[in-house]
Design a protein around this ligand. Structure first.
Ligand code: NCD
Ligand code: ZN
Length: 349
């Protein structure tokens, strides 16, 4: 491919985003809204967003926090629980309030305690979702404390296989995949199955977290794996394959909660994600596939029109971005990709 120093892509969608609420929401929302048209908003607040009314109220809270002049559409999700009201879910779907339902295995990650303990107990939820065409987003890790943390994603694939077999028309997204096994699994499935890939999992392997010192800002769930897994995930992302698309899983935590003896999981990448992705895709000679990954594949999967506004990128001197975003509750560290970034995003705001 000939080198280009300017490019235009349809405004991206972030198909997996944590915005939190309150003061943190106000501080982090512009970081996403500056570059993204839409985002699938994760429901793992405390308490979780588990009803249509809660999803509508959370959507209003997000829109109220959006700075004047910025355009951004939050696509809301419900947090799946074993005792959820499927009629309420169906009404929220038909009312256009929610775009997906998120399955967290109980105990698998941040604020997942009210998640699903046993998948057998939510078969009726899957059935209803399949019937009404409501997509399922899965945090695909087993939460069994006896399973090594580096094997938890691989072990979960059997459960996904069972869900796919029982509900072949249920649109299913395996979120934030980190292993070659997940890449292969998704490729074997039909177009009703997709996976999101985060920015940080294209950059990190487990040495970055643990070798030469422990780096809490690189700790997220699923935890980054060995280098060959990083390469497999990266290859899937840059391939242009329609079943892989961007879900940053940008997950802000206040620094004091990350830099702690028991630090929270999550990388905050909203601020520099697009510059990082352009840099990575360029290094992989795949800039032509960037827009598929950031702006087309996800929209197509969710049945949304590709954004008709554009984002312009230009290549030049290293991009300056803040090390931290300040909130009234404390600072949030922006993900350090360990490489200079040269793709500037030209924003309207
Ligand atoms: C997420 C969070 O902080 O809410 N953390 C993370 O490490 N990704 C939860 C999640 O998506 O697992
Ligand atoms: Zn997440």
């Amino acid at each position: 491919m000939t080198f280009q120093n300017r490019m235009k892509i349809p405004r991206p969608d972030d198909m997996h985003l944590h915005l939190r609420d309150g003061e943190v929401l106000k501080a982090v929302l512009p970081e996403s809204a500056r570059h993204f048209a839409r985002a699938i908003i994760m429901p793992n607040l405390q308490p979780p967003i588990a009803t249509g009314a809660q999803a509508a109220a959370y959507r209003d809270q997000i829109m109220a926090a959006l700075p004047k002049g910025m355009e951004f559409t939050p696509l809301m999700t419900l947090y799946m629980t074993e005792d959820m009201d499927v009629e309420d879910m169906a009404a929220a779907c038909h009312g256009g309030i929610i775009s997906a339902v998120k399955l967290y295995p109980a105990g698998a990650t941040t604020n997942s305690a009210s998640g699903v303990r046993n998948i057998d107990n939510v078969q009726h939820v899957f059935e209803k979702m399949e019937e009404i065409g409501l997509p399922l987003c899965i945090h695909g890790e087993v939460a069994d404390p006896g399973v090594d943390i580096f094997d938890r994603e691989k072990e979960f694939l059997e459960k996904v296989r069972r869900i796919r077999l029982a509900f072949p028309n249920l649109k299913t997204v395996l979120e934030h995949i980190t292993t070659s096994e997940s890449v292969e699994f998704v490729k074997e499935q039909d177009s009703g199955m997709a996976a999101t890939i985060t920015t940080h999992h294209m950059v990190l392997n487990r040495n970055h977290i643990l070798a030469g010192g422990i780096r809490p800002h690189y700790y997220c769930l699923p935890v980054a794996k060995r280098e060959h897994h990083r390469k497999a995930v990266l290859k899937a992302a840059v391939s242009g394959h329609p079943s892989f698309f961007l879900g940053t899983d940008s997950a802000p935590h206040i620094d004091s909660r990350k830099e702690s003896p028991c630090g929270c999981a999550g990388c905050f990448t909203a601020t520099n994600t697009i510059s990082i992705l352009a840099e990575i895709f360029q290094r992989e000679n795949a800039l032509d596939n960037l827009a598929d990954f950031t702006s087309r594949n996800g929209a197509n999967f969710y049945g949304l029109p590709v954004s008709d506004s554009t984002l312009e990128l230009s290549h030049g001197a290293p991009v300056d971005y803040p090390e931290k975003i300040h909130t009234s509750e404390g600072s949030v560290t922006v993900f350090d990709p360990m490489m200079p970034l040269h793709w500037h995003v030209e924003t309207r705001n």
